[in-house]
Design a protein around this ligand. Structure first.
Ligand SMILES: *Cc1c(COP(=O)(O)O)cnc(C)c1O
Length: 357
């Protein structure tokens, strides 16, 4: 059935083992961030079987989907007060920055006779989540009094909103915060978490400060791309996931629309180049499933002309493939494409195993 999102599981395994080998060598713990594929349970299972002991996602619903898989679970997005009952059920550790939320977590844990770990987030400059470094003593002073919450770690998140890159400076702010927290708490933190895939090259090159012992890795693990420079890491696989969609119409038509022109289905006024008559294919997938510019055909002879909600239009005139109605077209996808395809309930999810290759 099509369209389908295909996972090449051998390539995922390669990425996992390569990254785990490196992280062991550098004494860094890894949480595998699986939100990029909506915590696809069969793939998460393989990731855990390959040796990953900690799995992370921003969505509680995703952690719920994988609650049967034996691994530590981290909730990456600061929890909503309205979801705290489930947070303590489906996450072992949640990332936090609000005292009000942490206090309520403590109350729920007390009632449920549970312990819950928090990773206190520090804003070192990206200006997304986190408390400011100057406020640590205030927060730790309050958290210390809570009986059912322990501080499992401290973390920073960068290169997400403000596009701030990792640096000696912001990493050492984190280290200083960790030291301050440990001496105020009187115990060692399990995780001192130096960021996401944008910190990967710091680990690879041995440039993480010694005290940093944890990274939360999504994109580099799922698609082999570090996000400091946006490069594919050598030895890692990028084409771990791809899209297959089916041709439903194939006709020779003029490259220019005909008639009085207004705006398209998405409020834009498109312009067209006159290339004369072209062979055009419509494939059954659209912007409801995947955004423009997040995919590209394997076949360099195929050009993406555009898409509406449910139709993607291709120029296949220069393709060397024999395309007909019912043909399947393959596409590379980037991380954003993977996120939306895995979210779409209209896209079938298929794992390609070794025996299928
Ligand atoms: C998404 C996310 C990550 C992982 O980011 P990648 O760039 O995919 O490695 C790590 N930490 C937090 C808080 C996140 O939201």
């Amino acid at each position: 059935m099509y369209p389908r999102l295909v996972c090449n599981i051998e390539k995922i395994k390669n990425n996992i083992t390569t990254i785990l080998d490196l992280s062991k060598q550098k004494n860094i713990n890894i949480s595998a961030v699986v939100k990029g594929m909506s915590a696809w349970p069969d793939v998460v299972e393989v990731i855990v079987k390959s040796g990953v002991t900690s799995v992370a996602d921003s969505r509680l619903l995703n952690l719920k989907k994988i609650s049967h898989i034996p691994a530590e679970k981290l909730l990456l997005r600061i929890p909503m007060i309205s979801e705290l009952n489930d947070v303590v059920k489906f996450a072992d550790i949640s990332l936090n920055s609000e005292m009000e939320t942490i206090n309520l977590l403590d109350t729920i844990c007390k009632n449920e006779k549970l312990k819950h770990g928090i990773m206190l987030m520090i804003d070192v400059g990206d200006r997304r989540e986190g408390i400011l470094p100057k406020d640590i003593s205030k927060y730790i002073g309050a958290i210390k009094n809570l009986k059912n919450i322990y501080v499992a770690g401290v973390g920073m998140n960068i290169t997400c909103y403000g596009a701030v890159l990792p640096s000696k400076e912001n990493l050492s702010i984190l280290v200083k915060c960790a030291q301050e927290m440990e001496s105020a708490l009187g115990y060692k933190l399990r995780y001192i978490s130096g960021g996401n895939s944008s910190s990967y090259m710091y680990m690879l090159n041995g440039n993480l400060p010694e005290k940093i012992n944890h990274l939360r890795l999504g994109e580099v693990l799922l698609q082999g791309r570090e996000t400091e420079f946006g490069r594919i890491v050598s030895g890692l696989d990028n084409d771990t996931f791809f899209l297959q969609a089916e041709v439903i119409e194939l006709k020779v038509k003029s490259s220019l629309p005909e008639g009085r022109q207004g705006i398209d289905g998405f409020g834009n006024k498109p312009s067209f180049e006159d290339k004369g008559l072209r062979k055009r294919a419509i494939v059954a997938i659209g912007r409801q499933d995947i955004n423009m510019n997040t995919y590209s055909p394997f076949d360099s002879g195929i050009e993406v002309l555009g898409a509406s909600s449910d139709h993607m239009i291709l120029d296949v005139t220069d393709s060397k493939q024999k395309i007909s109605v019912g043909s399947i077209i393959d596409f590379h996808i980037n991380y954003e494409g993977l996120l939306s395809l895995s979210t779409s309930e209209y896209v079938h999810k298929v794992i390609l195993r070794e025996e299928d290759l």
